[in-house]
Design a binder for this molecule. Sequence first.
Ligand code: ZN
Length: 141
Amino acid sequence: MDCILCGVRDKDPLVPNLTIHESELSIVSVNLFPYNPGHIIIFPKRHIIAYEELTKEEAEDIHLLTQKTLSILKQKWAVQGFNLGYNLGKNSGGSIPHIHQHIVPRFPNEAGFLDVFANTRVVIYEPFGMQEQLKQFWKEF
Ligand SMILES: [Zn+2]
């Protein structure tokens, strides 16, 4: 398979599916390799590599889904801090070319922003349990 996020979109049985919500243009998913509990990615369904390729509609959709995700995590898990961002292109720390925005909840006494985005830290937890809980929150919200 060429792209793991296109595999998620196409519900390829070989790709673990951690989707929380799907809109017409985008997908909200638990990150399979989380930096932190609640680490979520939001990506356009269209396979694009450069941020400049995002259409206005896709950018707005991702923006609205990001707002909803932040509200849910603040209200349901009392998360007080987040890092939001994209790793774009060579040397950025990005591992999947299909662009995706990270939402990384932050908790007291952890590594800093650079550690998170340089991909130096991985927290072990159970992403499928988290997906179930977040899907439920998403429906209720
Ligand atoms: Zn793709």
